[in-house]
Design a protein around this ligand. Sequence first.
Ligand code: FES
Length: 144
Amino acid sequence: MLTPPFPVTLSDERRLDRRRFLAALGAGALLASGGAWFARRRDARAGVTTAIAAATVADLAPGEARVVAGGGGEALVVRLNDGAVAAFDRRCPHLGCPVVWAAANGRFECPCHGAAFDARTGGVLFGPPRTGLRPITITVDEED
Ligand code: FES
């Protein structure tokens, strides 16, 4: 039986290189996305803050809410019926769907799996989330 002097042909070698290249590319993309995720999570845990002018108090009637973008996400700012203002991260703590203000019910609701959150505390009223909405510190400076 005759065996070739070197068992890998040129075409095999190219396929091997392409495969390695794609594996390296996939690993690099995985590392990059993982790094970005860890950076966001680290910032969230470290309490990195960004001040954003959200609204003028007069623009928000009692019982109304507004979506404010900034700091890499969105927040819901609500003016409660007693005039107090509260703000929460818009991401549902269950699987991250954007929470909406349900004015008729006076609470935040997640359309994905039917969760509801208290407007004043962000706590879970019902639904699958185990934790409430993440509160955002809000400062009322004169009329803003
Ligand atoms: Fe909000 Fe599931 S993502 S209840």
